[in-house]
Ligand binder design. Structure first.
Ligand SMILES: [Zn+2]
Length: 176
């Protein structure tokens, strides 16, 4: 298993408060075939290997969501006090964003209901509640990208309407 060498001096603390949640698939940063599909194996070590190949020193997302055996798990891979960097995301969003990646490519695979539920209930909703983020500030990478050639992340099979409906379901229930 690969072990990332954490070098705190390379981690950039975010400058402003968290106002945006940006959803990716890992394909947008890591094109390696070994993590092209989210299977039932624990693939975080494979993702770490991909990062080591890049020599970037750190996974460029705050959270990664992946299928492990018969359930979906959320991993905190970069503490959210640290910023991620994307050349194609405007600075005014980037400085205030938490980045969440679904492992694999959703150009190749249709997300399961459990994937949507876990993303909403165990990742997006807690962040929405803690940071008071408007649901309208949950965006797909493709929605905030200024690069006309990068319009697919997090994949053509991701249905934003399902994500938002799952988020809203929880918000309504939690207000009782
Ligand atoms: Zn992306």
């Amino acid at each position: 298993m690969a072990t990332l060498q954490y070098r705190p001096s390379l981690l950039t603390p975010r400058k402003g408060k968290v106002m945006w949640l940006i959803i990716h698939h890992t394909r947008c940063m890591y094109p390696q075939e070994s993590i092209a599909i989210d299977n039932t194996k624990y693939q975080m070590p494979t993702l770490s290997n991909a990062v080591l190949e890049d020599k970037s020193g750190d996974i460029n997302y705050n959270f990664v969501v992946e299928q492990v055996k018969n359930d979906v798990q959320v991993f905190s891979v970069k503490p959210f006090v640290y910023a991620c960097h994307f050349d194609d995301i405007p600075t005014e969003i980037e400085n205030h964003a938490i980045h969440i990646a679904l492992l694999g490519s959703y150009d190749f695979k249709v997300p399961t209901k459990r994937m949507y539920e876990t993303l909403a209930y165990r990742c997006l909703n807690p962040l929405v509640r803690v940071f008071h983020i408007p649901v309208g500030h949950i965006k797909l990478h493709s929605e905030v990208s200024i690069d006309k050639d990068n319009q697919s992340c997090p994949g053509v099979f991701i249905d934003k309407a399902i994500i938002i409906s799952q988020v809203n379901r929880y918000v309504i229930k939690a207000s009782y």
